[in-house]
Design a protein around this ligand. Structure first.
Ligand code: GDP
Ligand code: MN
Ligand code: MN
Length: 264
């Protein structure tokens, strides 16, 4: 398997055709997996906004005030408003906003980004990243698959990784259930999220800063002889961790009106 950074892509603008921007700089092969950072998908789809586009509701004001008291850092209620508008449900309101987007991804701040957006204050995630991936794929000359990635933190572990938020032309997972390990034991639960693994692989080359590499091509990835499945996001109704978090409430001294620094 080879990973190729696509060099020389410009600053992406609303209306840009990512498929041709990519194919002008890289000869794709059929069966390549083209990993595209959601940042540039969002830019192409006109998802960059200024804070002034999100006049704060009462709820956004109260969320921001509480986060400000907890963190001691200034919080713009219009940012909270943008997150609310991008969310289907808030999983946590404090000590940070954790939100489920309409397309099923659970992320801090509903994935609303403030980095690598030179001309605006905010960049929202694509509205429907599965549709974005399908659109990019159908505009490519090569018969390649597409994974739309974002960088996201994980519970239980330090550090962020690349994850898939949309994909087309490739199953989300490869299912090992029913196959055997080296001892002949049958695997009962392993359903490997290959789109997340491909996204994390691509992220090793894109970095998070000013590299200017939003697209990575993964060549000769072998799916192997397995079943695939289309399940990436857990349904809320079967997600015990999400349910528990939704029932939990954060409380610390600053919630009681004291001006002490927020505890962890
Ligand atoms: P995210 O993980 O999708 O939120 O995207 P990041 O902000 O981490 O950016 C991923 C990569 O894309 C980094 O190498 C950025 O420098 C690069 N990048 C972001 N926007 C653009 C753009 O408009 N044009 C180019 N050429 N690179 C960009
Ligand atoms: Mn992002
Ligand atoms: Mn990133």
């Amino acid at each position: 398997m080879h990973c190729l950074a696509v060099e020389g892509l410009p600053e992406v603008r609303p209306g840009d055709d990512l498929a041709s921007l990519i194919e002008e700089r890289c000869t794709l092969h059929d069966d390549d997996v083209v990993c595209v950072a959601s940042t540039v998908v969002s830019k192409a789809e006109g998802r960059a906004f200024d804070l002034s586009a999100f006049p704060a509701s009462e709820r956004a004001r109260s969320i921001a005030a509480r986060l400000e008291a907890i963190s001691g850092d200034e919080k713009d209620p219009r940012f909270a408003q943008a997150v609310l508008e991008e969310s289907e449900t808030l999983v946590m309101e404090a000590p940070f906003l954790l939100a489920a987007t309409r397309f099923g991804h659970v992320a801090p701040n509903a994935g609303v980004d403030r980095s690598n957006v030179p001309d605006s204050d905010l960049l929202l995630l694509p509205d429907d990243p599965m549709a974005s991936a399908e659109r990019i794929r159908s505009n490519l000359d090569a018969d390649a698959s597409v994974v739309v990635t974002d960088t996201c933190g994980r519970p239980f572990r330090h550090g962020q990784t690349g994850v898939a938020i949309g994909y087309a032309g490739i199953p989300a997972t490869r299912d090992w259930r029913g196959e055997t390990d080296r001892d002949g034991h049958e695997l009962e639960v392993t359903n490997e999220s290959i789109v997340d693994e491909l996204a994390a692989t691509a992220n090793l080359l894109t970095g998070e800063g000013d590299d200017g590499v939003p697209v990575v091509v993964i060549r000769e990835f072998e799916f192997g002889d397995h079943e695939g499945s289309e399940h990436l996001f857990r349904d809320a109704s079967e997600d015990l961790v999400r349910e528990a978090l939704q029932e939990w409430t954060f409380s610390d001294a600053s919630d009681a009106g004291s001006a002490t620094e927020g505890s962890q």
